[in-house]
Ligand binder design. Structure first.
Ligand code: HEM
Length: 145
């Protein structure tokens, strides 16, 4: 079932490619660290937002555990791409976890951009950047809004 978040074909592609990168991964920690390393390279000042989870030391236990909680959150969102009501409930839940932090919306696209950099190196050139943008840009914006 398609949702009005993104077209069905894009949702299927994202789910398939995420399964390859994450569910079948032998090293989720490396994946999570690569996403944040890339985000902090693209937007160095964004690291200040993650002070509470020890972003000053991205190899620390606290930051690794945090980054995996985020990828788990992303996993739930992607799993629900074809279940509109549950997807919106999950987005609302994530929104409530971010609202107090007043995170600038520009970081929503920076986060998706970081995925565009990291995921092709894990799953190869079949990575469909357009499908990922279609599905995740608006979700990331809603989470931060
Ligand atoms: C699809 C996009 C995103 C998902 C799925 C997501 C997921 C999550 C989750 C699950 C948590 C709670 C982790 C916990 O239990 O401690 C969290 C916290 C947080 N997220 Fe996100 N997030 C997203 C985008 C972003 C972006 C773009 C930023 C800013 C660059 C951001 C900044 C934060 C911050 C600052 C926290 C709180 C850290 C702390 O505990 O102090 N998130 N996120």
């Amino acid at each position: 079932m398609a949702t009005h978040v993104c077209p069905e074909l894009s949702a299927i592609k994202v789910q398939t490619q995420w399964r390859e990168a994450y569910a079948d991964s032998s090293d989720r920690v490396a994946l999570a660290q690569a996403v944040y390393r890339t985000l902090f390279k693209m937007a160095p000042e964004s690291a200040n937002l993650f002070h509470r989870v020890n972003s000053e030391e991205p190899d620390s236990a606290e930051f690794i555990a945090f980054s995996l909680r985020v990828l788990n959150g992303l996993d739930v969102v992607i799993t629900l791409l074809d279940q509109e009501k549950a997807l919106f409930a999950q987005i609302e839940h994530l929104h409530s976890q971010h609202i107090e932090r007043h995170i600038p919306p520009k970081y929503a696209s920076a986060f998706v951009e970081a995925l565009h950099h990291v995921l092709p190196s894990v799953i190869g050139h079949c990575y469909d950047e357009h499908a990922w943008s279609q599905c995740l840009n608006s979700i990331a914006k809603k989470i931060l809004s």
